[in-house]
Design a protein around this ligand. Structure first.
Ligand code: 5GP
Ligand code: ZN
Length: 114
């Protein structure tokens, strides 16, 4: 998929997008269909379709997802109550957007993983 066809590549180019955090590697938006009181998406700026495209060169990006997750959890006030990060990968996970991203969910008791 060309990045121009990819919603998560287009959002950071959109001056009206509601981007709540951005650095040189990742950006963060609120999920359009939140599944928890806090539901953020932490998204690499680089178009990476899935884990098959992660190599040594992407380690700083992957690390930044986790650094920013904790920072966003702090800003959202859920570091003590807890939160969950999820990265869907492929059809059985329900991955809908083929641009790697991390979900951050919190703000209430989350269901057990199924
Ligand atoms: P996936 O199922 O691929 O792991 O998650 C994709 C997520 O992106 C879904 O939770 C969906 O609600 C969210 N999403 C899809 N399109 C948009 C959009 O245009 N804006 C925002 N904020 N979230 C989106
Ligand atoms: Zn993309």
């Amino acid at each position: 998929m060309a990045s121009t066809d990819c919603i998560f590549c287009r959002i950071p180019q959109d001056p009206n997008a509601d981007i709540i955090y951005r650095d040189d590697r990742v950006y963060v938006i609120r999920d359009i269909a939140p599944r928890a009181p806090v539901h953020l998406l932490i998204i690499p700026l680089q178009h990476l379709t899935g884990f098959a495209y992660i190599a040594a060169g992407q380690i700083p990006i992957m690390g930044q997802l986790f650094v920013v997750a904790e920072e966003m959890a702090r800003r959202e006030g859920v570091t003590v109550s807890g939160y969950r990060v999820i990265m869907n990968q492929g059809p059985d996970s329900g991955q809908a957007v083929p641009h790697l991203h991390m979900h951050l969910l919190g703000g209430h008791k989350l269901a057990d993983l199924g």
